[in-house]
Design a protein around this ligand. Structure first.
Ligand SMILES: [Zn+2]
Ligand SMILES: [Zn+2]
Length: 403
């Protein structure tokens, strides 16, 4: 922390000493970013319901004077800044939705909406991207190409906002997508460069209902026991990863829910199981799903039970482009210095940013926001001093990509 204040102080001195106006103005952009973030934080809106947030963002973008706006879906906003020179098209994405979580931070600017809060930091993503747009809107003359600032709705709720915006067709000319997520896993203001290839996991899972035949517990021969069937399925599923997946390849199958019965002397009619499944490649994703389906089907058949299996393919893994990761690393070092840039391990969380790869190469990075409770905790909070670094890096990545 102390190092952060020191560096900020040094950069402020250097900024005024050099008389660089663009840098000097960044001071006020930083203040605005905090102000925007707090407004959004106090007024959180759930996925697909970001109406006021989208209006707020669109009005601010319009205020910059040279950014066109569009609403590809009712609650998403895209700002478009065209440089004075021709060139490529680059997009930076920030998500805007909050979570159905009652905030417990005790902050003076805590959520004013009961049961809804920005426990994943999307308020910061939105505010930083506005700061990035504000900064770049003053550099229009020196920009070669076009910038799309994607203020995306509904990241937190499958099928997610990214797919809707992609389907609207407005992003078809984009040549590269960048995105950033705040994380308490790194010190405030530190940029984490995620791996090339899978930067997150395919986040799938299933819900299974086993339908047996109820009976008295003392007369098991008259029933079909869904608990015994389910137990056999749980044990057989332990071989999906251990006997099918190449050692060194990452895969997880976790049965996190197994519910059945409510009396000690009754064989129940049904059992209900739920699982999460994580993989990093398409081929393993398919293989694991196929093995799970085969084990469920054949174990139920062996025990004489029927079943309903709802296998859910959710957000795919983010596949980071090697070229864009190299560019992001170089830009982050250029913007902040190498002390502020580290290699971050693959995220275990999932992100619908992954879908933008259907259009063009993508790169996702993380911004440390200081030690604290994890994303989605009711006590999740962030050190706002990190936001300035986030804006600097976003601006540098966009400039480096275009010029
Ligand atoms: Zn989240
Ligand atoms: Zn998030």
């Amino acid at each position: 922390m102390r190092q952060f204040y020191l560096c900020t102080a040094i950069s402020l001195v250097a900024m005024f000493a050099s008389g660089n106006m663009a840098e000097a103005q960044n001071g006020s952009v930083d203040d605005k970013v905090v102000e925007w973030r707090r407004h959004i934080h106090q007024n959180p809106e759930l996925s697909f319901k970001e109406n006021q947030t989208a209006d707020y963002v669109e009005n601010i973008l319009k205020g910059f004077g040279n950014i066109e706006t569009m609403r590809p879906t009712p609650t998403s906003v895209i700002g478009i800044l065209k440089g004075k020179k021709p060139g490529k098209t680059v997009a930076f994405r920030g998500d805007m939705d909050a979570l159905p979580i009652q905030e417990e931070t005790g902050l003076p600017y805590a959520s004013q909406v009961s049961g809804v809060s920005h426990a994943c930091g999307h308020d910061a993503h939105t505010a930083m991207l506005l700061g990035t747009a504000a900064t770049l809107s003053k550099m229009q003359d020196e920009l070669a190409g076009t910038i799309y600032f994607i203020f995306q709705h509904a990241e937190e709720m499958y099928p997610g906002g990214a797919q809707e915006i992609i389907k609207s067709g407005v992003l078809k000319d984009v040549d590269a997508f960048f995105g950033l997520h705040v994380s308490p896993s790194l010190p405030a203001g530190v940029i984490g460069i995620l791996p090339v290839g899978a930067a997150s996991t395919n986040a799938d899972g299933f819900n299974l209902t086993i339908r047996g035949k109820g009976s008295h517990g003392s007369m098991p021969h008259l029933g079909i026991d869904p608990i015994v069937t389910g137990s056999a399925i749980v044990m057989n599923l332990q071989t999906v990863v251990s006997r099918n997946i190449s050692p060194g390849e990452m895969a997880v199958v976790t049965i996190g829910r197994f519910q059945s019965g409510n009396a000690n002397n009754v064989i129940p009619e049904t059992a209900s199981l739920g699982a999460t499944v994580r993989t990093i490649t398409d081929s393993t994703r398919t293989l694991v799903a196929d093995r799970i389906k085969a084990i469920v089907e054949n174990t139920c058949r062996a025990y004489g039970a029927k079943y309903d299996l709802d296998y859910v393919f959710s957000y795919p893994a983010i596949q980071n482009s090697p070229q864009l990761v190299a560019l992001a690393r170089k830009a982050a070092i250029e913007a902040l210095g190498s002390d502020w840039v580290v290699d971050a391990p693959r995220m275990t969380a999932s992100e619908d940013f992954a879908y933008y790869k259907e259009i063009a190469p993508i790169c996702f990075i993380i911004l440390g926001v200081g030690d604290g409770p994890a994303n989605h905790s009711p006590k999740f909070n962030l050190d706002e001093k990190a936001l300035s670094n986030g804006v600097k890096v976003e601006v540098q990545i966009i400039k480096d990509y275009l010029n």
